[in-house]
Design a protein around this ligand. Structure first.
Ligand SMILES: Nc1ncnc2c1ncn2[C@@H]1O[C@H](COP(=O)(O)OP(=O)(O)OP(=O)(O)O)[C@@H](O)[C@H]1O
Ligand SMILES: [Mg+2]
Length: 272
């Protein structure tokens, strides 16, 4: 498959974090490059995996500029500049929406925050919501939506007010298999909306994540001579799914190589 890796659009340099006496992250270094495919608009999707408690959410907060690191920095965009709050859309599990505002009202706030001219806001929102199958819910309040619908509104909201970067923490948890497929489809289509759209998905669902990602990051710790984990996690393994012929394909999950990859990642978890 013909593709090219161009400029670095996300760069994490030597990020470390200690909480109390607990070294959570140590010298995390990782980057995302703009993937370019001739004749296509192709964004990036990174699947971010790792055992429970390893530091994914803490790293995610630093990536989004919500929490500071003790050392190091996160740079974003083209050209690369330091992250700050608002540049990265963050979709957490609680999907915080204004309860007293309708779907349209919630998204109008996001569009205003982003500085979209007032005359263009509504059209842009309606177009976005149609893409998410929510065109009939414009005037509904969050309490009138299902969990999956709320999640899609929250994603639309974050897309509207951020800068091409979207982080999702556990977007598949609590969803049935069909809903997981729908969310996967939606994330795929968001990644095709703009060359720089970059989605990072934190998840325990290795299959679903690998089915949409072009890259997988696995967070873990090093071990000492006795095999004991050394405190301080980093991105220990990176998988390029494009090279393995497993990215950007509707039916990648049916491939033998896909199952081998999932097993390989699963095997790594025991050693992290
Ligand atoms: N305030 C704190 N003080 C000390 N340690 C903390 C604090 N908050 C979190 N931790 C520790 O930081 C580590 C990383 O937590 P984090 O929430 O990032 O894990 P995670 O990889 O997202 O896990 P999960 O997959 O279960 O969501 C955990 O081991 C946790 O015990
Ligand atoms: Mg977490």
């Amino acid at each position: 498959m013909s593709y090219e890796l161009r400029n670095t659009i996300l760069k994490v340099e030597n990020v470390s974090l200690k909480l109390g006496n607990n070294q959570i992250l140590k010298d995390v270094n990782v980057e995302v490059k703009d993937v370019v495919r001739p004749g296509l608009t192709q964004g990036q999707i990174v699947g971010f995996l790792g055992p429970s408690g390893i530091g994914k959410t803490k790293f995610f907060e630093i990536l989004a500029g919500i929490a500071p690191a003790d050392t190091g920095q996160v740079l974003l965009g083209d050209p690369l500049t330091p992250v700050k709050i608002g540049r990265v859309g963050v979709v957490q599990q609680s999907y915080p929406l204004f309860k007293h505002r309708t779907v349209l009202g919630n998204l109008m706030v996001a569009a205003r925050l982003k500085g979209i001219p007032s005359g263009e806001r509504k059209d842009k929102i309606v177009e976005l919501l149609s893409g998410f199958g929510l065109e009939n819910h414009l005037n509904h309040y969050p309490a009138e939506l299902s969990g999956g619908q709320k999640q899609r509104v929250a994603i639309a909201q974050q897309l509207l007010c951020s800068d091409h970067f979207l982080l999702l923490d556990e977007p598949f948890s609590g969803l049935d298999i069909l809903m997981i497929e729908k969310v996967c489809e939606m994330l795929r289509s968001i990644s095709l909306m703009h060359e720089h759209n970059t989605i990072i998905v934190v998840s325990h669902d290795i299959e679903a994540t690998a089915s949409i990602a072009d890259t997988l990051w696995v967070m873990g710790r090093d071990r000492d001579d006795k095999g004991e984990p050394i405190p301080g996690s980093r991105i220990k393994h990176t998988f390029n799914l494009v090279e393995r012929g497993l990215a950007w394909e509707e039916n990648s999950m049916a491939k033998k190589d896909f199952h081998e990859l999932v097993n390989e990642v699963r095997g790594l978890f025991k050693l992290l």
